[in-house]
Ligand binder design. Sequence first.
Ligand code: CA
Ligand code: CA
Ligand code: CA
Length: 620
Amino acid sequence: MEKWKIEFFIQNNYIMKSKRVFLNLTKVLFLGFLLLPTIAFSIEKPNIIIFYVDDLGWQDTELNDLDAPCPYETPNIVKLAKAGMNFTQAYAPATCCSPSRAAIITGLHPAKNGMTNVTLGSTKSGTDSDKYSAPYLDKHLNTDLLTLADVLNNNGYRTGHTGKWHIGLTAASYGFDFVDQTRGFHRKMADRTKDFATVDDKKYPLSKEKYPPYSAKNPEGISYPFDQLTESSIQFIEENKEEPFFLNMCHWMVHWPVMTRNAALLEYYCDKMGQPFPPEPGDRLLPGQQNPYFAAMVTSVDWSLGRILDYLKVTDDPRHAGKKLIETTYIFFSSDNGGAEQRGNEIISDNYPLKYGKTHAEQGGVRVPTIISGPGVPKASQFDGLVSQLDFFPTIVDLTNASLAIEDRKELSGLDISPIIFGENDKVLDDQGQERTFLFWHYPHSSDHMKSGIREGDYTFYIDYSQGKNELYRLYKDGERYDLEEENNLINNPEYASVAARLAADLKASLKANNARGPYLNPNYSKKTITPAAIVSSQFSPTDRLARISIENALLKEAYIIYLGENENSSIQYGVKFPAEISEEGNAVSAYIPDEVSSYRFILIDVNNYQVYSDVESIF
Ligand SMILES: [Ca+2]
Ligand SMILES: [Ca+2]
Ligand SMILES: [Ca+2]
């Protein structure tokens, strides 16, 4: 296969890391340790767990808690932070689910891998009132892309995915040996006010073991309903711990539907929030963080994390005599995007003091709780610099000493932050030793908040495509919180003109370097002043299996073909766009149509930036 290039990058990292961890420890331990071989501090092929939460906001845990105290109790998240490093300014690669997940697993920025939203495979153009049209998104992540699971699998790791996938097909098509995409106990309830789990429940029996929270009503703690997602994750570790393993554990919580099967937990939060139990039917309308169902979901995710940590703590590592799995495993804890604040009338949570939430490029949409723990990571440490989940891929490659072809490594959008997590450096550096000074986001979707954004130092800057204007905010000043709420737009303040110009230039250069697509102009827009490209003829030739179209009104700058249909056993990637050939004149396009494919359509971008879909063409 193409992606298994034979030319591997020979890494010296293993030896370097032995020294590195060793030097770290000498800072805190005594000289006597110098006599021990350095190898004793380094874990060969450590295990990796990514524990990923859906829609968990930056203020939805007891970490980084500003202003009003977080009412949701997260003792295990706090415990994990005390065992490792808490990142106070960590970011998801995107504002919503699929693009963040695709970015983590490919190590490529959403602008670069093209998956910038959740509407996969949709060919809807805008309506006649929309000036812009979002780019077409592949129906599933292109299977030709190298994934983190591929890299680790190729380096002797067993790879498991549990829970939410949401980037098309199943995780089995992307390098995972073990796949269980169960929703666990986060499955829709007919009536969330009363359909709670019981001790002898068929699907969700309550546990005999008791866990936090403790209260006067339940001084010994409470039971939790059976959660297949947590159990499958433990099963994967149990069955694969003889080998190094990578577990990508992705909860469906705390995403909508907002509900819990755990009556005791819900009652605990109703009591804590001064609300009746069981709650009245209907939407929760109290502002801020007062939704007891949501609180129960956050604590349920925390319980699940606790189950994993407890298992790792008591289980021997068969590969490292005398060690428990917790001593040989790195855990990456984070969330795929900021909190969803509201759905219909229901108030879910609040990202305040951060602005907005999920699907927004502002801080509430992208800043997320993040912890990394594992061997060599200083306990209860904190890093306040900018990091991204895009850094997970290269960091995991480094931690696992995995071989990766030089050209694949160069493509990665994030940076190896292992010097940060070992407390050796306080700056995130690229391969040339240059400090990374900013992160950026690209969300060319939605009708009213289609934005690209950048965070650099104290500032955020946005290009708002829908409104045709730019914004600049100053989050911090002299190390203090200044306008974290992003309320005072400084774009017209002459004092900040050079800052705005620098951020605009960095953002535009990043979008260009990553070949960011969209937003495009919408050919259906009623007030358009330029005529979009239009298709005048379309043919298919069965002899050479070439589909051809010719164009009038405007020449083309990009053209793609998508094959339509479904066949999971086929090597054809249905719904994934591939470049089509534009004629020298720019007014005709052709594409090869494989034997198996019986319908297709072209996607055209004309020189004026209109995105035009051809009709669906069928071959009879
Ligand atoms: Ca708070
Ligand atoms: Ca999400
Ligand atoms: Ca808010």
